[in-house]
Design a protein around this ligand. Sequence first.
Ligand SMILES: [Mg+2]
Length: 390
Amino acid sequence: MRITAIQEATASIASDIRNAYIDFSKMDVSVVKITTDVVRNGEKVVGYGFNSNGRYGQGGILRERILPRLREAEPEALRDPERDNLDPFRAWDLMMRNEKPGGHGERSVAVGVVDMALWDIVAKIEEKPLHRLLAERYGPGEAESHAFVYAAGGYYYPGKQVEGLQEEMRGYLGLGYDTVKMKIGGASLKEDLKRIEAVIDVLGGDGSRLAVDANGRFDLATAIDYARAMEPYGLRWYEEAGDPLDYALQAVLGEIYPGPMATGENLFSHQDARNLLRYGGLRPDRDILQFDPALSYGLVEYLRTLQVMRQAGWSPRRCIPHGGHQFALSIAAGLGLGGNESYPGIFAPFGGFADDLPIEQGRVALPDIPGIGFEAKGKLMALYESLFTA
Ligand SMILES: [Mg+2]
């Protein structure tokens, strides 16, 4: 088997979403399509990858460094020595050839885009859904048929009042979610507490169904003020209070705030994950790790991150990846993670899951088709086709 073509394109996000600081409509998405000479069901096996939300497309790094290394590789150098298939681990080493350690981010996004497409191919060649392939090779043997998902939203919009926030959250419950997440830190503490209480009302008074996300912008004093004020609500988790690399802030907060905390979506390597676990004071019995495999060098690296976690006494169940895409969902169901983020209607069509599998009681089923499951998403496939017409 061999790779016969690697195509790369940039798509825009048709989104007017913004958190307190970021206008996502300014961001773009890198997409790749990799074609092989392997035929399944009368067609050549192709794999697709894209970058998860929150980071820009990485066309420059892909075109200048990552993709040429793959294109120049001998087919033998990409082949799995034990199977007639691609080997994403060997491909990963090739993609990272001539790259120094450290400074993870941007490059990790570029590699993640390609890694996603490679795993899509690997599973399609084996004619299995990726989650099943992962469970067999690296997980508990049997994949889970469903994964926990929660609805992330609650962004600040100009003119959006508390009623609008409540309406949004009611919409998520109507879609079948039972846990929701909202932004904090874009208003005063007093105003944010009103917003939080309004959403808890929608959740029948149950704060454990609400997570809040500060997007890494608080200084220590503000993070502590919020922690003390929010503690009585018994929230599902308090996410990214301070800068993602400020492990000391996180550690201090962990001594003050007894409820679960979550972080990790802006850490992009197993080394950074290891430092977080070493120095961030996180608690393996309650806290949540949100590393996004698509942004952080792909699944090859995510397996290393899970290994680092295991060595530090953490269960994969503590992982609920950022991003709301099918790649992380497949990994969640295959490797026994705690679930996956979801952005209903936002960041589509890259975000979101199979068209005909609704959310039920906060869980979603995975499509029983080979690969990551993109072919079960009509709008995403239509977008792929429009990007790669040649
Ligand atoms: Mg977040």
